[in-house]
Design a protein around this ligand. Structure first.
Ligand code: NAD
Ligand code: UD1
Length: 337
């Protein structure tokens, strides 16, 4: 298939690009480098040994998208492009709504004009808000998120559903990711956050490399086995493979389908910290701090729908995730700079 990846230079997009190229698909990447670097594209070529088309463009720019769709016979789109920092979205909500919603609408308009029917969208477990129960299933209500970022995912999902209701030829897979961590086993691509990381694994990696003095563990008085929050961490390469399955599914079906991509296993913050130290034989200074606003005690997926519809299950475990995250960080202490 010829697959257009918006945001393909980013963390999940670059890993997915490698999986798609390895499977023989042709890839076209569109990225505006708002949260990534051109060097990511060189690394993808290096790892895959294959080339692909690249456009530096904004996925929310109708003229640019029109030109890209006119120049390429696209079979399927994977729409990764989006701003993704939860805290930042509370400070600059309009930028988040403009970028994340306009890109979705612009792509759907270009698809309609050029007769492209299949798209896979990067949604998030954040759409479930505070879970009523775990594990989370796709039929649980998805309208209680707490941030503008989360609302852009809920609203985009709704826009896709409405577009499907109006066009019976359209096929949309809404992939709800849980907590992607890890990196390609080559150590050549990985997550490269700007500034001080908010998320757990990039923070741990930067403590391990000595960039940050110690990890704060946000709360140990939650109703969980060790008192720290539990999440469904998923290796980014497993996640990438889920996208390869999702484009096949999109090509064979019609309508909109939301699917969780998680392992179904919950690990606590201290599980991750201890595993990181053990697997990598490295000390990780940490201290227990107060709870972080908005954190929920437990969040993990029921991944059965992905198994049934996509034939996909996550294969990598917590040790792979901790080893590969560190391998990327230690080989690239300054990220892709
Ligand atoms: P990322 O920031 O590494 O990648 C996103 C890419 O999109 C970047 O390369 C950025 O430059 C590009 N981009 C942003 N807006 C654009 C625009 N208007 N036009 C063109 N390019 C644009 O993020 P990621 O972690 O790879 O996430 C990919 C997608 O998955 C995002 O939509 C994100 O919200 C979603 N998601 C991520 C996580 C996570 O924890 N990483 C979890 C759930 C959902
Ligand atoms: C984050 C996003 C969420 C997204 C999810 C999946 C936030 C607030 N939420 O969720 O929208 O769907 O990723 O990608 O960014 N922790 C520490 N110390 C730290 C950092 C984190 O103890 O320095 C703890 C947190 O309290 C949490 C766990 O580690 O319990 C994971 O945190 P994080 O990586 O930020 O992910 P989530 O909050 O689960």
């Amino acid at each position: 298939m010829k697959v257009l990846l918006t945001g393909g230079a980013g963390y999940i997009g670059s890993h997915t690009c490698i999986e798609l190229l390895a499977l023989g698909h042709d890839v076209i990447i569109v990225d505006n480098f708002s949260n990534s670097k051109p060097e990511a594209l060189n690394r993808i070529r290096e790892i895959s040994g294959r080339d692909f088309k690249f456009y530096e463009a904004d996925a929310a720019d109708p003229e640019a998208m029109d030109r890209i769709f006119a120049e390429n016979e696209i079979d399927c789109i994977i729409h990764f492009a989006g701003l993704k920092a939860v805290g930042e979205s509370c400070h600059i909500p309009l930028r988040y709504y403009r970028n994340n919603l306009d890109s979705t609408i612009t792509l759907l308009e270009a698809m309609e004009k050029h007769g492209v029917n299949n798209i896979v969208f990067s949604s998030s477990a954040t759409v479930y808000g505070v879970p009523e129960r775990v594990p989370l299933t796709e039929d649980m209500p998805a309208y209680k998120t707490s941030s503008p970022y989360g609302w852009t995912k809920i609203m985009s999902e709704q826009i896709f559903r409405d577009a499907c209701a109006a066009n019976p030829n359209l096929s949309v897979v809404l992939l709800r990711y849980f907590n992607p961590i890890g990196a390609h086993e080559s150590g050549r691509i990985g997550e490269d956050p700007n500034g001080i990381p908010n998320n757990l694994m990039p923070y741990i990696s930067q403590v391990a490399i000595g960039k940050l003095p110690k990890l704060g563990v946000f709360g140990n008085d939650y109703p969980t086995p060790d008192g720290t929050c539990v999440r469904d961490y998923i290796h980014v390469v497993d996640l990438a493979k889920g996208h390869a399955k999702a484009i096949e599914y999109a090509a064979a079906h019609k309508g909109a389908e939301a699917i969780n991509l998680g392992t179904g296993i919950g690990y606590s913050v201290l599980d991750i910290v201890n595993s990181f130290m053990k697997v990598n034989d490295i000390d990780l200074p940490y201290e227990i701090q107060g709870r972080r606003d908005g954190d929920v005690p437990e969040c993990y997926a029921d991944p059965s729908k992905a198994r049934e519809l996509l034939g996909w299950v996550a294969e990598k475990g917590i040790e792979d995730m901790c080893r590969d995250s560190w391998n990327w960080q230690k080989n690239n202490p300054k990220g892709l700079d």
